[in-house]
Design a protein around this ligand. Structure first.
Ligand code: DGL
Length: 292
């Protein structure tokens, strides 16, 4: 394995940049290949089978880069596809965002007897009950309030920010029922949502910690690379740390990504969904030849 190989970070759109940014802060020498499946966004309203297929296709296409690690920087993809892709690509190191997010929520809940943990996420993530299971594995006695918040991803991808009146209205509608039930911790169970964190904090009581999994996920990636002796030794001053690839609307992605990261982002390479199908067929053909 080449130590200078990139880490792949996958999301349906902009959301995974919150994770890419956190990884860059923890591991500044690493190159990050960012894949935003903007042509097929949102993932959160799709079925488990569809999302798992999307993720498998992306991983087949990524094979040419021989990535040292793949992060599903998308809660929906983690909830619906992580076990399936681990099973299908056993030699590839792959991690997700739900376990690190659940861990952070438990830490934030502290020593309360029965903490009340709220999770907002896409419809698919909520339906999967993945957070309930991940939190339940660590704390048997926790009250978990799950709330799907499907309007947030389209608004973020439209470029609406914290001061947008529609965003404030939607957040108030979504969060008030949780606040009324006196939640102790709120988990942002979608990697897009940290982009609205200041607006969320304005609505919640001051003592309620707001968890996003990006930081914990970055530390998890660092641990995995350290354990397998794959940390990159080189400082690459002349090369941007981020290589973005999208399946549609590269210009909008570049503008919003640069605004979010606070630095100019290189023009994304645009890939058609057909190229993903071709890569998937090539992997299937290769496996067939090997097994024949
Ligand atoms: N950012 C993604 C997540 O964490 C998904 C958004 C979507 O495509 O619905 O769930």
């Amino acid at each position: 394995m080449n130590l200078n190989a990139p880490i792949a970070v996958i999301d349906s759109g902009l959301g995974g940049l919150t994770v890419a940014k956190a990884i860059h802060q923890v591991l500044p020498h690493e190159r990050i290949l960012y894949f935003g499946d903007t042509a097929r966004l949102p993932y959160g309203s799709k079925s488990p089978k569809t999302v798992a297929n999307f993720v498998k296709q992306i991983i087949c296409w990524l094979r040419q880069y021989r990535c040292k690690h793949v992060v599903l920087a998308c809660n929906t993809a983690t909830a619906l596809a992580l076990p399936a892709v681990r099973n299908e690509f056993p030699a590839l190191s792959i991690s997700g965002v739900i376990e690190p997010g659940a861990k952070a929520a438990i830490v934030a809940a502290g020593s309360r007897d029965i903490p009340c943990i709220g999770v907002i996420a896409t419809e698919a993530t909520i339906r999967s009950r993945a957070y309930e299971r991940a939190i339940g594995r660590r704390r048997h006695h926790a009250k978990i309030l799950l709330k799907s918040t499907p309007l947030l991803v389209p608004m973020i991808e439209e470029g609406r920010g914290c001061d947008d009146p529609l965003v404030s209205l939607a957040l108030r509608q979504y969060l008030h029922p949780l606040v009324e039930r006196r939640l102790d911790v709120l988990v942002l169970g979608c990697t897009h949502y940290p982009l609205l964190k200041p607006a969320v904090l304005r609505i919640l009581p001051a003592q309620v910690p707001v968890i996003d999994s990006a930081q914990m996920c970055a530390q998890d990636v660092e641990r995995r690379l350290m354990r397998s002796h794959l940390l990159s030794p080189m400082h690459r001053s002349n090369e941007h740390w981020l290589t973005p690839v999208v399946t549609d609307d590269a210009e909008r992605f570049q503008t919003l990504a640069s605004r979010f990261l606070g630095e100019p982002v290189p023009a994304p390479h645009t890939l058609s969904v057909d190229q993903l199908y071709i890569a998937t067929a090539a992997v299937a053909a290769e496996r067939y030849v090997k097994s024949a």
